[in-house]
Write a protein that binds this ligand. Structure first.
Ligand code: ADP
Ligand code: MG
Length: 686
């Protein structure tokens, strides 16, 4: 028996590395599944092996020498037992890195079992850096395929194999689910794990590697079920929390706000407002995601939610990811709500000293009823008198901890939580990752918008773009020109933006060209933005600090330089900065050749559709769900095995089973979640 590593006590390098990979418990090790397998169960006669194949062969060393012409290397000449000395029975092994001990062990006469990719070399067939074992005639062949695990530099494969083997042996793998409730044809968990860790000789490698084998299906089903269960449990837990009941009254603030608006809500806005208001009227905290494409009109929905809370005597806090966005929300909300007599406060990192103290006092004493700001509002020293509603804009840009902090219970009362996103999440993803969220979707744009026309240009057509800008400006329209910002080379990118600014200023005499970038002080950014909003700046050259939410209806042209460097969601967000009024708008994507395939696919998607949900679907296709969510949900649990694009049937089955299991066998449900998520299940509550 191999010595069983005990990660909890042994603190060797590999043991620490195990912990880092989250492999603490036996069950964690048992659920650490191979990436792929190597077939070491068979020896292939050299004469039958073909170049390009990865094979295991066995042979006697004829010669060992160090080659020192060119790059120094160890050459071992091997001959397999079955035939003569001709090329079909000999093999050259090459090692660019080697130890003297290896040279000694692989001396002429030794019998070696080697595994590697066979190549046709100049001097005959060869393998470069094969794995090598010195064997005897009766060294047995393994009876199972050899698993290759996701490992790390500090965690050698051999150590990991031993750890997993002993974890698998010790873990409690008893069935927690009634077998009759499982989808048909799935093996027991123990059987499935055994099979995946040690597939028997002759197991179908292709089905294994494509993760379609029934053993995989069982694992994926269990994983999806754990996730559905944990989210349902988080939801049930929230049901025990008490939140303020906010009843809408006739002639109240929300009604007066609606009457003051210059336009009527769209039916979609009406519907989501009704959903939110219904939540606010209950004594359980709302946990709702409001999604709507860029320009769909989420801000007014947030304002109506805020008005409902304030009318009922509760404070409302709105948190935005950047100062610029917070500022813009603030201006809009102030414009709408202050005429109705609502006192507002403004809390961001740049507001310090006396001004900040005054705002804090207004918040703590309950004089300020609407508080808008960045995450500075959840940092030290901010106490709300009676927070009843927290609204988080672009929620995916905040970490779990920040969202939790904003929700912090206030004297046994938990505020309602409304999250907003302009990056729509495809339905299957939403069902899996946000199973414990209620989702409201604004699925239509306000009327009178002219669709945005998108053009993709190579950068040698820049002069045409500049000419187009001149036309727009002459017609009294405004233009954004976005340059990418790559963190590692901020100064280079800043130079790009500055150069472009100078170039456009020279090409457009008589027009005001502004410059907005991340290194500017917050006050300067706000001033520059205000100039543009007021129409005093015709062209705004900006790094992506204008990314989300900025709203200037007179802007009709968006130029994005080095568009290939942006992600699809980001491009869509940027494009959404134009086409916000009735003016016909366009977006020009300038790229620099050569384009990688993914870059090409992103630009094509942008040219072909303006529908945010379609864009999100294509983004998912191009990137795969892991990364899709990884980019926006870092810190949240991700699926390790199931693939939402392929495992929809399993997801549906897990979704159907979760409520039944919770209802009829709650202990089994809890044990299943603990088995899969262990300590990580805490995360899912956020
Ligand atoms: P987003 O959902 O991207 O945050 P905004 O709330 O900024 O969108 O709204 C985009 C623009 O549409 C704003 O100028 C806003 O005033 C306007 N708007 C919102 N709702 C309507 C409506 N029902 N009718 C007309 N214009 C609207
Ligand atoms: Mg917005």
């Amino acid at each position: 028996m191999p010595a069983a590593p005990t990660p909890a006590t042994a603190k060797s390098g590999p043991a620490r590395a195990l912990e880092k990979l989250g492999l603490q418990r036996d069950i964690d090790l048992a659920l650490h599944l191979p990436l792929r397998w190597e077939d070491e169960t068979r020896l292939v006669p050299l004469a039958q092996a073909r170049a390009g194949e990865t094979v295991q062969v066995q042979g006697v060393v004829r010669e060992t020498r160090i080659e020192s012409r060119g790059r120094r290397q160890l050459i071992v000449q091997l001959q397999d037992g079955q035939g003569g000395q001709d090329g079909r029975h000999t093999l050259v092994l090459r090692f660019l890195h080697f130890y003297a001990t290896q040279q000694k062990a692989w001396a002429p006469g030794a019998l070696l079992r080697v595994r590697g990719e066979l190549r046709d070399g100049f001097f005959g067939r060869e393998m470069v850096h094969p794995t090598v074992r010195v064997v005897t005639d009766d060294t047995p062949l393994p009876q199972a395929l050899t698993p290759v695990y996701p490992a790390s530099a500090q965690l050698p494969q051999a150590y990991l194999r031993k750890a997993v083997t002993s974890g698998l042996r010790r873990a409690d793998l008893g069935e927690l689910l009634p077998p009759a409730w499982l989808p048909k044809g799935l093996p027991a968990l123990r059987e499935a794990l055994q099979f995946l860790h040690q597939p028997p000789v002759g197991a179908p490698l292709a089905a294994l590697e494509q993760r379609q084998h029934p053993a995989w299906q069982r694992i994926k089903f269990d994983e999806l079920l754990a996730q559905q269960l944990s989210q349902a449990m988080a939801r049930a837990e929230r049901a025990h929390l008490r939140a303020p009941v906010m009843q809408a009254v006739d002639g109240g603030l929300p009604q007066r706000l609606r009457q003051a608006l210059p336009w009527a809500l769209t039916p979609a806005q009406d519907r989501v407002v009704a959903e939110i208001v219904a939540d606010l009227g209950r004594d359980q905290p709302m946990h709702r995601l409001l999604q709507g494409d860029v320009g769909a009109g989420k801000t007014v929905v947030a304002a109506l939610a805020a008005a409902t809370a304030i009318d009922a005597g509760w404070q409302c806090a709105l948190m935005a990811p950047t100062e610029l966005l917070a500022e813009q929300h603030f201006r809009k909300l102030v414009q709408w709500l202050e005429p109705l007599g609502i006192v507002t406060a403004w809390l961001t990192g740049s507001r310090r000293g006396k001004a900040r103290r005054e705002q804090l006092a207004a918040v703590a004493e309950g004089r300020a009823m609407l508080i808008v700001g960045t995450q500075a509002m959840i940092q030290d020293g901010v106490a709300f008198a009676k927070l009843g509603l927290a609204i988080v804009d672009e929620q995916h840009r905040f970490g779990v901890a920040q969202r939790l902090a904003l929700r912090q219970a206030q004297g046994g009362i938990e505020p309602h939580l409304l999250m907003m996103t302009a990056t729509p999440i495809p339905r299957t993803l939403a069902m899996t990752y946000y199973a414990d969220l209620d989702v409201s979707t604004i699925d239509e744009l306000p009327p009178g918008r002219t669709p945005i026309v998108t053009k993709v240009f190579a950068d040698n057509r820049r002069p045409e773009v500049v000419a187009r800008i001149r036309d727009e400006v002459a017609a009294g329209k405004q233009v954004y020109w976005v340059c990418p910002l790559v963190e590692e080379s901020e100064s280079v990118d800043l130079k790009n933006a500055t150069d472009t600014h100078a170039e456009l200023a020279a090409a457009l005499p008589g027009a005001t060209v502004g410059l907005l970038h991340g290194r500017m002080a917050a006050a300067d950014k706000a001033a520059t933005m205000a100039e543009f909003s007021a129409g005093r700046t015709a062209v705004l050259v900006a790094t992506t600090v204008i990314e989300v939410g900025v709203d200037v209806p007179n802007a009709s042209l968006m130029v994005i330089e080095h568009a290939e460097r942006f992600g699809l969601a980001q491009l869509h967000q940027l494009r959404g900065r134009v086409g916000r009024g009735a003016v016909a708008s366009a977006c020009v994507l300038i790229y620099t050749a050569p384009l990688a395939d993914t870059g090409k696919a992103r630009l094509r998607a942008m040219a072909e559709t303006t529908d945010g949900f379609e864009i999100a679907r294509r983004d998912l296709d191009i990137r795969g769900p892991g990364e899709f969510l990884g980019a926006r949900q870092s810190g949240d649990a991700l699926l390790r095995f199931a693939d939402l694009a392929e495992d929809d049937a399993l997801l549906q089955a897990a979704r159907a089973l979760a409520p039944r299991l919770l209802q009829e066998q709650p202990d089994a449900a809890r044990a299943h979640v603990a088995r899969w998520l262990g300590a990580r299940s805490e995360f899912l509550k956020a």
